[in-house]
Ligand binder design. Structure first.
Ligand code: PMP
Length: 304
């Protein structure tokens, strides 16, 4: 059972998580007309009265853009203020994950985005490693990643997660840790809740924005880091067969961080993963504010 943070935000106010309820007739619950965010933070190792939050601005900006898809005008600055207040009220003492949701909060029938009330809610939970840092096994899913002309995939639209859920459960029930989804063109898109990278001949390769991927913030961080490290990077379509013969494969996400892949289907990948490890450990150091060059990626939120 997850350990939820004690205070939640719903109906424009903070209240105990156990009392934060919405109606069974909530529009978004029935039609998938919501969009989620996902941020990660840790207690500051140097100061027990504050936490470190990774790329707060970017996460708020992406959620604000997702809200625009829902015809909900919610400025990034408003989301940011709610999240800062949320942290100050909860005073987390363990690594945590914050889950904001923008959604059609009105009650009633008929899928639409106009003439229906929208709201923001936020809750949080304690979270350690989401995927094993020592390597995960992946199945190629029989479920396709949706196409961007079937729903907006640049934001974390809740309806899109049916494909993720089908893929993840299919993988788990056949003995794998994670699923990799191909897009409607048959090219590698992403995992159930992570972007994907491969390394071939010293080059870091990841599917581009035209491959029906989420505009992942960890993906962006890893690309920026790799370029700064002098690792050649390219965003291009990736074939399924490249996963089998790659030198390294890893997944990126706020929950998963940089998660190495040890096996794809029945192809075991090399145990030596120098580029993955370098990126993984540097990213962790950045989130702990140990990398001066990337201090502006980490917000310090002090408790009042
Ligand atoms: N793809 C999907 C479908 C996701 O849900 C996520 C986030 N959980 C990601 C990729 C990774 O995005 P980020 O690095 O911004 O967390």
């Amino acid at each position: 059972m997850d350990t939820f943070l004690p205070i939640a935000y719903v109906h424009d106010q903070f209240m105990p998580f156990t009392e934060a309820k919405i109606s069974i007739a909530t529009h978004a619950l029935h039609y998938g007309t919501g969009a989620i965010g996902g941020l990660r933070g840790i207690p500051d190792p140097q100061n027990a009265n504050q936490v470190l939050l990774f790329r707060l601005e970017r996460h708020c900006h992406r959620l604000s853009q997702s809200a625009r898809f829902l015809h909900y005008d919610l400025p990034s600055s408003t989301i940011k203020q709610v999240i800062v207040d949320f942290i100050q009220k909860n005073r987390p003492t363990r690594p945590f994950y914050i889950r904001p949701l923008v959604y059609t909060s009105g009650l009633g029938i008929a899928p639409r985005l106009h003439q229906v009330e929208k709201s923001l809610l936020v809750y949080g939970l304690a979270m350690d490693d989401y995927l094993s840092p020592t390597g995960v096994s992946c199945r190629i899913s029989s479920w396709q990643r949706q196409a961007d002309n079937s729903m907006p995939l640049r934001g974390k639209i809740t309806a899109a997660y049916i494909a993720s859920a089908l893929a993840k459960t299919e993988a788990a029930e056949s003995g794998f840790d994670e699923a990799i989804m191909l897009n409607t063109q048959g090219k590698v898109s992403e995992a159930s809740g992570m972007n994907i990278f491969i390394v071939r001949n010293g080059q870091l390769i990841t599917p581009g924005f035209d491959q029906d991927i989420l505009e992942g913030i960890t993906r962006d961080s890893v690309l920026t880091l790799a370029k700064a490290m002098g690792i050649p990077t390219i965003e291009r379509p990736v074939d399924k067969s490249e996963l089998y013969i790659a030198d390294e494969v890893f997944l990126t996400g706020t929950a998963a961080k940089v998660a190495p892949v040890k096996r794809v289907e029945n192809y075991t990948l090399p145990a030596d993963r120098p580029i993955t490890e370098r990126l993984r450990t540097t990213l962790i150091a950045i989130t702990e504010k140990r990398e001066p060059q990337y201090q502006d990626w980490v917000d310090t939120i002090a408790f009042n």
